[in-house]
Design a binder for this molecule. Structure first.
Ligand code: DOR
Length: 447
């Protein structure tokens, strides 16, 4: 039996920070208390003095590009970057090549992950205008959710047939996660800009093209449809202040039927950053104004927004260097989301307890994940140690994502992830991964 003892940690969990030890047997947390002694010589002991122990982060939205787009990323490299960033579970998106739009293709991805993933995994099934019969076959106990693009983005998976959409909302056996941006609004705005600039549109106009109006129109439509049909809706990557009013901040998360996510880039960047970062911070939805950025943080703190994720979506440096219309949207984020959140903690913007609530506990509650997301006896030992006072600079040679760039390049973070445990096994320590072992598991859901 594998036995691990983490001693002298400051444990951040369920709204509290407490000193203590954690004992792990065969990947399961078996004891948490003030002081635990190793009862036998075969226990691996980690002295966590001076560091904080968090549940591993659960990232409900990543694009690891496999199959088909593996020049940008693959499950192995994406998950390797994830564990270096303290993310121990990810849900991967269906806009791969081929797209994940049949149960057979979905199961192929699970097979790939079982062989190569460093972190626990699930995948979202992709809905289209014509695969309702497949959607109905999704197993809620072993598949994270259904993903719908209500605005087209990388991979062109737009669902724009209104009748089909209503049927999907009525019949989906799982949570429906949506990308909301109104297609016609974007098309009109883009056409106007192209008339003036051709393909070389100034990047500062990205949030005017993929505008607040485009976001609100689409998000409010999705929310209305969910209210009409009773569907369980989760709206991805909210990027504007205006959309916050669509979400209920009073209900307990477990009782909400409509929930929302915010991503790290929308909390970190605003439109003043386009001048320096250019297309390297081009995302769909776009990074918007400082006012939006501040409102999103407030919305996270006051529970209009339920979970924090990355939308990790790498493209190569060369692809990103293209002119506006040809530069794809998206960027790598899994490795740096937690250090960035901890930076926000140092800036007094968010507490450690809130980070853990939104990035660890809440994804587990929202998706009804079995036995993860909390530091509790009987739960899987997905754990992260962070040192809050150990500055490091993001640079090309310490980036694990295959694309080897980051929107955070040049940033010095005050905090670092020192250790990551997946199912009780140390997989990453101080910028080095341990030898690969197939320790990651397919996530199961209590539904
Ligand atoms: O910026 C984005 N990039 N937004 C998405 O919705 C998709 C993603 C990608 O896959 O590149």
């Amino acid at each position: 039996m594998r036995k691990v003892l983490i001693k002298n940690a400051k444990i951040v969990n369920e709204g509290k920070i407490q000193d203590g030890d954690v004992f792990i047997e065969d990947g399961i947390i078996s004891e948490i208390s003030e002081s635990i002694s190793a009862k036998s010589p075969d226990v691996s002991i980690y002295d966590a003095e001076g560091t904080y122990l968090l549940p591993g982060l659960i990232d409900d939205q990543v694009h690891f590009r496999e199959p088909g787009l593996t020049h940008k990323e693959c499950i192995e490299t994406g998950s390797k970057a994830a564990v270096a960033g303290g993310i121990t579970t990810f849900f991967e998106m269906p806009n791969t090549l081929p797209q994940t739009t049949t149960i057979e293709l979905l199961e192929e991805k699970f097979k790939l992950a079982a062989e190569t993933s460093w972190a626990n995994y699930s995948f979202m099934f992709g809905g289209t205008n014509d695969n309702l019969s497949e959607i109905e076959k999704i197993d809620p106990k072993s598949v994270a959710a259904l993903k719908l693009f209500l605005g087209s983005s990388t991979g062109n998976m737009l669902v724009d047939n209104e009748k089909v959409l209503e049927q999907i909302f009525k019949k989906s056996p799982v949570i429906i996660a949506v990308h909301c941006e109104d297609e016609q609004t974007i098309k009109d705005n883009l056409a106007e800009c192209m008339e003036r600039y051709g393909d070389d549109i100034p990047i500062e106009l990205h949030p005017k093209i993929r505008s607040e109006e485009a976001c609100y129109k689409s998000s409010s439509k999705a929310v209305k449809l969910a209210q009409k049909t009773g569907a369980r809706l989760h709206v991805f990557h909210i990027s504007t202040a205006k959309e916050l009013s669509l979400f209920n901040s009073k209900k307990a998360l477990k009782d909400k039927k409509i929930t929302a996510e915010v991503c790290i880039h929308h909390l970190w960047f605003n439109d003043s950053d386009y001048v320096n970062k250019g297309t390297f911070i081009k995302w769909n939805p776009a990074v918007k104004t400082k006012k939006d950025q501040e409102a999103l943080l407030q919305g996270l703190l006051d529970n209009h927004l339920d979970v924090l994720a990355t939308d990790h979506a790498p493209h190569t440096r060369e692809e990103k260097k293209n002119v506006y219309t040809k530069a794809p949207s998206g960027g790598p984020l899994v490795q740096h989301a937690l250090p960035a959140l901890l930076q926000m903690y140092h800036q007094g913007k968010i507490s450690l307890e809130k980070i853990v609530e939104k990035a660890c506990h809440n994804p587990a509650i929202l998706f009804q994940i079995e036995k993860r997301g909390f530091i509790r006896e009987g739960f899987k030992a997905d754990l992260v140690l962070v040192d809050l006072n150990s500055p490091w600079a993001v640079q090309q040679d310490n980036i694990f994502s295959k694309c080897k760039w980051s929107p955070f390049e040049g940033t010095t973070f005050k905090s670092r992830v020192t250790h990551t445990f997946v199912n009780g096994k140390l997989v990453y320590k101080n910028f080095k991964h341990q030898p690969f072992s197939k320790i990651a598991e397919r996530i199961t859901f209590d539904r």
